[in-house]
Design a protein around this ligand. Structure first.
Ligand code: TXA
Ligand code: MG
Length: 348
């Protein structure tokens, strides 16, 4: 059990003293939850085996799932990587600081636990003044997964992290809600050609404009399990069972009860008014992503029996949101695989 300190910090002009407190804790191998533009991260010194191991303990994360290392700039990233191809330079130039993580061959001085013993390391330069101030103040690479218990929703507010991790971390910095709302895009540059491992708000199209054709694994294939164990199985998931549907035509077949919530894309049609708990999500992928986890956290607090969620269209711009919804709706079986909570019209 750790005493968890909770401090507010201005998201635009971070207070230097508060940053210094966080930096000192990180240098002492402690755990610090800090904001990034995507979701809050659970940070520790990436060069310390003990500090990184305590991240896995705090989250209850399987040790075969490697962590993203946060750096203040390309110079910081190059210190961690054994190879820095021209594609990495171009992507960093185009999207850093920002919600893009690059997977590259790693150097050996990193804590073994960071890479899960694998040959590659994931690096990202976050676009949040607080995260950048901490990275500069420590002078250390900071390993930081999302600041939630393993398998559940990522935190888009400090309160979400407090709920999941109080007593398990040393400091939580509260800089208000994050702006991107979902985790970074992850691109693997360690192979022959760039490969999309996790979609995010930096779209495949935007990446392809910079480095050409991007390999897309269907994220449910075995190749991705092997390359990135954390990218498969149930993830990003509310505690309440979640069922996906396509459109108003499916509604007649769905269960209706005062303890079932419904999340629609755009305004609820007259059919959806039969459900007492309703959320209308924006019809635009960026705004949808920003609100997604926040709404799920709120729905989760209402002790619902089930949440019905309308799946956005199968268009590239919706890739990241659809990916998170599909994962949130799958449940682990006893064997550790996936199954849907109940048969759903759309079971992505
Ligand atoms: O936006 C984000 O990326 C947030 C903020 C805090 O930066 N971080 C985050 O970390 O989402 P995490 O640990 O929750 O997700 C990182 C994902 C995992 O699915 C992990 O499997 C994958 O990146 N990953 C990490 N290192 C990898 C590596 N060397 N090769 C392949 N995948 C890797
Ligand atoms: Mg995570």
């Amino acid at each position: 059990m750790r005493a968890t300190l909770f401090l507010s910090i201005d998201p635009v002009v971070p207070c230097a003293e508060t940053v210094a407190v966080a930096a000192q804790l990180l240098r002492d191998d402690k755990l610090v939850v800090f904001p990034t533009e995507t979701v809050y991260g659970l940070g520790a010194n990436a060069l310390s085996e003990a500090a990184v191991r305590s991240i896995f303990e705090a989250k209850g994360r399987p040790s075969n799932n490697p962590l993203i290392v946060h750096v203040p700039d390309v110079v910081g990233a190059r210190k961690l990587t054994a190879d820095w191809p021209a594609s990495a330079d171009r992507l960093a130039e185009a999207f850093w600081p920002g919600p893009l993580t690059l997977v590259l061959p790693g150097r050996s001085h990193l804590a073994h636990a960071v890479t899960a013993g694998g040959p590659t390391v994931a690096v990202r330069c976050p676009a949040h003044p607080v995260a950048l101030a901490i990275l500069r103040a420590t002078g250390l690479p900071i390993a930081a997964p999302s600041a939630n218990r393993s398998g559940f929703l990522s935190p888009t507010r400090a309160e979400h992290a407090l709920h999941d991790l109080e007593g398990r971390v040393d400091l939580i910095l509260d800089a208000g809600p994050t702006t991107e709302g979902i985790e970074s895009t992850v691109v693997d540059l360690s192979g022959e050609r760039p490969l999309l491992l996790r979609p995010g708000t930096v779209t495949p199209e935007a990446i392809e404009r910079v480095v050409g054709r991007l390999g897309r694994n269907d994220t449910t294939t075995e190749a991705v399990v092997l390359r990135s164990p954390g990218l498969l199985s149930r993830h990003y998931s509310p505690r309440t069972p979640l069922v996906l549907f396509r459109d108003a035509g499916d509604l007649a077949a769905l269960p209706r009860d005062s303890r079932i919530g419904i999340v629609t894309l755009g305004p609820c049609g007259p059919e959806a008014r039969n459900w007492a708990v309703r959320v209308e999500m924006p019809d635009d992928p960026r705004s949808y992503a920003t609100r997604l986890y926040d709404e799920f956290h709120r729905l989760d607090e209402q002790n619902l029996q089930m949440i019905l969620v309308q799946m956005p269209p199968e268009r590239e711009e919706w890739l990241a949101v659809r990916d998170r919804l599909a994962r949130a709706s799958s449940r682990p079986t006893a064997e550790g695989g996936n199954e849907s909570p109940t048969p759903a019209p759309e079971n992505a």
